[in-house]
Design a protein around this ligand. Structure first.
Ligand code: AMP
Ligand code: ZN
Length: 303
């Protein structure tokens, strides 16, 4: 693949696919990398378009008050990222510059803003849907994409701190939502099959924090609420989740007060595509030179 490169990450840097910023998990993307992302997005749309999802795009920041209400801090405080900003006058500014000059910590004077970084593309959606009132009878279906932040620095290029997630989100009755997830479990397999990369689908759990988190994680597994489509990227023994199929039951419906036509609490599910992870999987299995990828894969992405 690349004789000079010790690791897959080195190879990605060497070939200009990712650009080193000096922070693990925070990378620039080269043009070829982005061309693969665009191809993947188009291929995903080819599977999802027939359902006529409502397209919504949120920025990678979300309303802090809504984030607080979402329950994310209860389950994943270790992953959250908040936005802070300078909020002082001249004197405080001079103090900040002096600290900076002296190599001291200048960040204590930063104040938290009303924006936090989105941890998943679907988080800002639920409160926006709740504002619309009761769901229409067929429920709702959304097509989302956003940069997301998770504080999990790593040398594994597939574990980024800032990455893009494409999602379809279904909101409706339990029957509507579980049917959606079953359809996408099949479509997801078919989609990755077209990319000609090895994969397996397995039951999974989210990285819930702390001791109570262990119980939540095993209950999530026991109930089969999360499945992942895994592809070997950094390790064969521990393949990486590239697609997730999540059934939240009535968690977001209750949190946000989303009701169905018949007066029940809405259930929700989402399928999330890790765009960078899928791109990395393609480079891992087909090589750094896109021109030599199998023609079926090139056709699937750009045909
Ligand atoms: P989740 O919300 O945890 O189910 O994540 C949805 C998808 O986002 C996963 O299936 C991954 O493909 C992707 N993803 C999650 N965490 C990361 C990360 N740290 N770096 C890159 N992609 C990620
Ligand atoms: Zn989601």
């Amino acid at each position: 693949m690349c004789v000079k490169c010790e690791t897959f990450l080195d190879g990605l840097f060497e070939h200009g696919l990712l650009i080193d910023t000096g922070v693990d998990g925070l990378y620039g993307r080269g043009g070829t990398f982005e061309r693969v992302i665009t191809g993947l997005e188009n291929l995903i749309s080819r599977y999802g378009d027939e359902d006529k999802a409502e397209v919504v795009r949120f920025p990678p920041g979300m309303n802090r008050a809504l984030f607080e209400k979402s329950g994310y801090l209860k389950s994943f405080p270790q992953l959250a990222g908040t936005v802070h900003s300078f909020d002082g006058y001249e004197r405080a500014h001079n103090a900040l510059l002096a600290k900076l000059e002296g190599g001291e910590d200048w960040t204590a004077d930063q104040r938290v803003t009303d924006i936090v970084l989105a941890p998943a593309a679907c988080y800002p959606l639920y409160p926006a849907v709740a504002k619309r009132g009761p769901l229409p009878k067929p429920g709702l279906l959304f097509d989302l994409q956003s940069y997301c932040f998770r504080r999990e620095p790593s040398k594994d290029p597939a574990r980024m701190q800032m990455f893009r997630m494409r999602e379809y989100v279904r909101i409706g009755t339990p029957e509507q939502v579980t049917a959606f997830r079953a359809v996408w479990l099949e479509r997801g397999r078919d989609f990755v099959h077209q990319l000609a990369i090895p994969f397996e689908v397995d039951v999974a759990n989210d990285p819930f924090f702390g001791r109570a988190g262990h119980i939540m994680a095993s209950s999530q597994r026991d109930q089969g609420l999360k499945f992942e489509l895994l592809v070997p990227i950094e390790s064969v023994e521990k393949p990486t989740a590239c697609l997730s199929f999540n059934y939240h039951q009535d968690h977001f419906g209750l949190t946000w007060g989303i009701g169905t036509q018949s007066g029940g609490v809405a259930h929700t599910a989402c399928v999330g595509f890790g765009l960078e992870r899928l791109t990395l999987a393609l480079f891992k299995h087909h090589g750094f030179n896109v021109a030599s990828w199998p023609s079926s894969v090139r056709d699937a992405l750009w045909g």
